[in-house]
Design a protein around this ligand. Structure first.
Ligand SMILES: Cc1cc2nc3c(=O)[nH]c(=O)nc-3n(C[C@H](O)[C@H](O)[C@H](O)COP(=O)(O)OP(=O)(O)OC[C@H]3O[C@@H](n4cnc5c(N)ncnc54)[C@H](O)[C@@H]3O)c2cc1C
Length: 368
């Protein structure tokens, strides 16, 4: 039921404006508010904090709807299934009451700022510094590639509270951007795909926040917190991957049934049938694996290695599917007016963010 509702919402409220969002390189804030009013923000947060009291299955249903409708630049998956869970899992009662209801309504839009110009895969190299000064932190540093970066007004910032301690000196600190000075948004970055998302640079210039904005009971917990939450982020990239692959296949089957060449429909060529048969088989295998990961994750048993497999394998599959599907569209596949073109551009980043697929293989390899 939630999937159906989310699908209708994305089709009726987001898809008609999506070309504008792509052109503006940002989704309207009003769309976030509408999603909040429809109960699509923070679906897995407890009801006492304004959420819908669901689980990752509910988040998965919403992200699948986004993928199936093809509005994947709408960054509510990150807001719901990455940002809010940090606050739920590591926030104090006061922090949860302060932030979660406003994230659920869309008053606050969430982002997580890990990556820096000099530190992506190797997060131990983060340079952003949070120095304690009485009952405040003074944060200085720059972040880049941050999803929802132009809109976000609640940002979880990965900082070093004690640079000498390396990973053990890393802390997550929440910055409510409306309430601070010294915070600046940089460029809304010019990307090859995911145009509707405002992936941005962020600058922190002696930004002061209360020490009460630290996530966790003490400093130095940031790296462990990241490691605990990254499996869900990786699984979520798998959600988008499988949904987009399914959409690409469905659109392509429709297309080749209509398009004619050499006096017959393109679907009647054996090559088309073989290609689509292969893709359908691989997508079916991917779907079974994905569903199993979700089941295990909800039961509390999805280990980080399997989550890495899901991220890498499903995003690779998505890349292969959209490429083959674009090919079956011929020249029209290269035209932006056909959705497969956008899906092909959008798919590429899935193998890069959330930890590159090489890093996923490194993690899997280490476990052997
Ligand atoms: C559209 C988009 C949205 C993003 N959103 C966010 C966000 O919301 N928040 C955030 O914090 N970050 C975000 N990122 C950043 C993203 O997570 C990083 O780009 C990614 O982790 C890779 O880091 P890097 O770009 O520094 O690449 P590098 O770390 O410089 O990697 C370059 C290459 O080296 C390879 N490599 C690196 N280390 C190894 C190794 N040990 N072994 C083998 N190969 C290796 C990589 O796989 C890659 O191929 C986003 C990025 C994009 C493009």
């Amino acid at each position: 039921m939630l999937y159906d509702m989310a699908n209708r919402f994305m089709a009726d409220e987001i898809a008609p404006h999506y070309d504008t969002y792509e052109k503006n390189e940002v989704v309207d804030r009003s769309a976030w508010k509408k999603a909040g009013a429809a109960g699509l923000l923070c679906a897995s947060m407890p009801e006492q904090y304004g959420g819908a009291g669901g689980s990752f299955a509910h988040e998965s249903a919403i992200i699948e709807a986004i993928g199936h409708v093809g509005v994947d630049g709408f960054g509510i998956g990150l807001h719901n299934a990455i940002v809010a869970p940090y606050i739920l899992h590591y926030g104090s009662e006061e922090q949860k009451e302060r932030w979660l209801p406003r994230l659920a309504s869309g008053e606050l839009i969430g982002a997580i700022a890990m990556t820096e110009p000099g530190a992506g895969s190797d997060l131990q190299g983060v340079k952003t510094r949070a120095e304690r000064d009485g009952n405040q932190y003074r944060i200085s540093g720059s972040k880049t590639f941050i999803t929802n970066g132009q809109l976000a007004n609640l940002i979880i910032v990965v900082t070093k509270t004690d640079p000498a301690k390396g990973a053990k000196g890393t802390s997550l600190i929440v910055v409510e951007t409306d309430e601070v000075e010294g915070f600046e948004r940089g460029r809304n970055l010019d990307k090859i795909g995911l145009k509707a998302n405002d992936t941005s640079e962020l600058f922190f210039n002696e930004v002061r926040v209360p020490t009460a904005n630290l996530l966790g009971s003490e400093e130095g917990q940031g790296f462990i917190q990241l490691m605990q939450q990254l499996p869900q982020e990786r699984l979520m990239i798998g959600t988008t991957a499988i949904a987009m692959a399914e959409r690409a296949l469905a659109l392509t089957i429709d297309y080749v049934k209509e398009r004619k060449a050499f006096g017959q429909k393109v679907i009647d060529f054996q090559n088309t049938q073989f290609k689509l048969a292969e893709l359908k088989t691989e997508i079916t295998i991917g779907r079974v694996f994905y569903n199993d990961c979700v089941r295990r994750h909800i039961a509390g048993g999805l280990d980080p290695i399997t989550a890495s497999m899901a991220k890498y394998w499903l995003s690779d599959l998505q890349g292969k599917v959209v490429d083959e599907c674009l090919q079956l569209h011929g020249g029209y596949g290269y035209m932006n007016e056909y959705p497969i073109a956008r899906m092909w551009r959008d798919a590429r980043v899935q193998r890069i963010y959330g930890g590159t697929n090489e890093i996923m293989k490194l993690l899997i390899g280490r476990s052997l």
